[in-house]
Design a protein around this ligand. Structure first.
Ligand code: ATP
Ligand code: FE2
Length: 328
């Protein structure tokens, strides 16, 4: 079985093709980069509309297959920005009708989790999903991915992006801050916001901007922001392991590319005689292959939908969607 998946929830338009043994046949992506400031949903959607047809063609070419080889078309139904989601869904519906193939809606967060879990080879890990708009600690239970803890305000990636842009940089901020942090060494004091299993980042953002205004070295600020924010994520992940009596962690989402975060989670898990896993960068950040792979799982469970009832859902939560391909 071969699926084509379309991702368009925010900045990234991406088409991925995978087979039913999690082999990634191709990924073709193009990221909308706002000239300055944050994302403008309509402009990002216009970008996606322009690039998606070409991305479909190049994904098919790279995979060395034609439309006839594609068994179904999956798309990210939510969560995300309405105009961006609609751009991807429209292309997916068109292909589904044109190629006469089933249309499979996929939750974007579940897709980050499922591609990471499949590559890890771990059956039932605790999942740390850290991206731009989302920050969640997740475990599977009774037919759903349960959110054990999450951000109470902004996603960690949005926090890193906002900070970097305020410091004069451009989107995306996470990778740039990671580079900057390598030159830092002094640990500045920042608010550490863990509330049970939840975290919050807006207080650190305010404090970091105040430190910047006082003229602290940018490298020290980046170093301290990473130390504080990633410690918070590591702590809530450890709490989830302890409560669920597990010792394996799988990371997913764009911020999971960060080697410092990966290292902190790894040493925490190893300290509990366990292990951790993060996918390669191309499959951590938003990509069509994770949508296609989750489409494979969904389709195998008989989940597809007619075009008429394939509306996007900008607020679709991780724990709202059924996961019939997993058992307790
Ligand atoms: P979601 O809808 O899942 O929230 P998203 O639109 O934020 O997805 P992703 O590609 O999953 O997209 O994540 C993008 C985020 O990852 C950006 O905020 C970016 O700064 C961050 N990021 C990417 N690489 C790194 C890195 N090396 N270190 C820290 N953050 C990173
Ligand atoms: Fe994402």
């Amino acid at each position: 079985m071969i699926l084509l998946g379309i991702e368009s929830t925010a900045h990234t338009a991406s088409v991925g093709i995978v087979d039913d043994s999690t082999r990634v046949l191709s990924i073709a992506s193009d990221m909308y980069r706002p000239p300055k400031g944050g994302i403008h949903p309509r402009e990002a959607a216009n970008h996606h509309v322009e690039v998606l047809p070409g991305l479909v063609r190049s994904a098919l070419e790279k995979a060395g297959i034609g439309p006839r080889d594609v068994d179904a078309v999956a798309f990210a139904q939510g969560p995300g920005l309405g105009p961006c989601l609609r751009a991807g869904a429209t292309v997916a519906r068109t292909l589904s009708l044109l190629w006469e193939r089933p249309l499979v809606p996929v939750n974007h967060c579940v897709a980050h989790v499922e591609i990471a879990r499949a590559l890890s080879g771990l059956d039932d890990p605790i999942l740390l999903y850290a991206s731009g708009g989302n920050t969640q600690v997740i475990a599977f239970g009774s037919g759903r991915y349960r959110v054990l803890g999450e951000t109470l305000d902004i996603g960690i990636g949005n926090f890193l992006d906002k900070l970097w842009i305020a410091l004069g940089g451009t989107f995306p901020g996470g990778p740039a801050l990671e580079e900057e942090a390598k030159r830092g060494h002094e640990l500045l004091s920042l608010p550490y916001s863990v509330h049970g299993m939840d975290v919050a980042f807006s207080g650190i953002l305010t404090a970091a901007l105040a430190l910047n205004a006082r003229g602290v070295a940018r490298a020290d600020l980046a170093y301290s922001v990473e130390a504080t924010a990633y410690s918070m994520l590591t702590e809530v992940t450890e709490r989830a392991l302890a409560h669920r009596r597990r010792n394996q962690v799988v990371l997913g989402g764009g911020v999971a590319c960060n080697l410092r975060l990966q290292g902190m989670v790894r040493s925490m898990a190893e300290g509990r005689a366990g292990s951790s896993f993060a996918p390669p960068r191309s499959l951590c950040v938003d990509n069509g292959a994770m949508i296609a792979w989750t489409g494979v799982l969904a389709l195998r469970s008989g989940m597809s939908c007619p075009v008429e009832s394939s509306a996007v859902d900008p607020r679709q939560r991780t724990d709202k969607v059924a996961i019939p391909w997993r058992r307790d």
